[in-house]
Write a protein that binds this ligand. Structure first.
Ligand code: SF4
Ligand code: SF4
Ligand code: SF4
Length: 313
């Protein structure tokens, strides 16, 4: 029975909830798996039951699943130990694959590592300002200069993006490993499966997300004009499909809301930001009029060094 270890690093636990949300497929999978380490469900002391081990350790496993990016020295230590202890390492969720939302803190003017540390451990309403144990350095791991995705530190064998990933793809990833075959995961853009109607026309004005798109709630998505053509900065052209699972429409589009890019970029797109400018131009929108380009275009990629470097500023 293959042993599985799961870890969460700079994670909100949404990916773990998605793992548990597998539902019936999980019940089918559980008899075939042995979870030897999964902090979201079971306590497992890194330094042994009595804390006497000299170094952090995770049990040996065939598959390691890691969610969240790497923000501090503890995350990095756990990730490296995970890599040592497993044969196959799966990056679960956009934070693990491209850094996800936490990378936004490292964009220019957003405070960076020290800003995060200051807010979380000194200034936040839930912190005893300046006096609780978290306020000092003693119990808080060192912050790294910036938040990073897993692949910047260790070899990742399989990436399952999504914020969180749809349970269909988590099940496919685990099944493919059990069956010894390549995982069949989405590789096209959100636009490629979006049912909205493209008309090739729009007024070229950029609309704020707070504005209401034009659609008839009693008519299907196929009757709604493409949101990009309506002037909303929908990131569907450069975002990986799959958020709706194997058969569902893109989740935000189904909710009549523009895609914000949470699945991360389409892997084969060499320059997603340049491609996005092209998509804007095709919809008659002047991309240079966008405000906060990094915040919009790097919302889920800012912690990925290569994608960050390609950012349009
Ligand atoms: S990818 Fe999304 S759901 Fe998963 S840990 Fe990151 S923020 Fe949470
Ligand atoms: S830009 Fe958005 S609304 Fe338009 S086709 Fe692509 S995903 Fe759909
Ligand atoms: S439509 Fe875009 S932002 Fe919304 S869930 Fe899907 S990939 Fe994420």
């Amino acid at each position: 029975m293959p042993a599985i270890a799961e870890e969460w690093l700079n994670s909100c636990a949404g990916c773990e909830i998605a793992l548990l949300d597998l539902g019936e497929p999980l019940l089918d999978l559980l008899p075939q798996l042995e979870f030897v380490h999964i902090p979201v469900l079971a306590d497992n002391k890194y330094f042994g039951p009595l804390g006497r081990r000299k170094r952090l350790s995770i049990p040996r496993a065939v598959v390691g699943i890691v969610s969240g990016g790497v923000r501090n020295s503890e995350h990095l230590e756990v990730l490296r130990e995970m890599r040592r202890q497993v044969d196959v390492l799966v990056a679960l969720g956009t934070c693990a694959v491209t850094g996800g939302l936490p990378g936004l803190a490292d964009l220019p003017g957003q405070g960076g590592a020290e800003g995060v540390r200051d807010f979380v451990f000194r200034q936040s309403p839930s912190t005893v300002s300046g006096s609780g144990p978290q306020a000092g350095n003693e119990y808080v791991p060192d912050m790294l200069p910036r938040c990073t995705c897993l692949a910047e530190h260790v070899k990742v064998d399989l990436a399952v993006p999504g914020c969180p990933p749809h349970p269909d793809w988590i099940a496919e990833a685990v099944l493919s490993l059990l069956e010894g075959r390549p995982a069949v995961l989405p590789d096209r853009s959100v636009c490629s499966i979006c049912p909205t109607r493209r008309t090739g026309s729009g007024d070229g004005r950029i609309r704020r997300m707070l504005e209401q798109p034009v659609y008839d709630p009693d008519k299907p998505l196929s009757e709604m004009q493409c949101l990009l053509e309506q002037g909303f900065l929908c990131l569907g052209p450069v975002t990986l499909a799959g958020c709706g699972g194997r058969t569902g429409a893109p989740r935000c589009i189904a909710g009549r809301t523009p895609c914000r890019g949470c699945q991360g970029p389409v892997p084969h797109m060499a320059m997603p930001f340049a491609d996005y400018m092209g998509a804007l131009a095709a919809a008659g929108i002047d991309g240079t009029a966008m405000i906060d380009k990094p915040g919009c275009l790097s919302r889920f990629n800012a912690a990925h060094r290569l994608l960050q470097n390609l950012e349009v500023r």
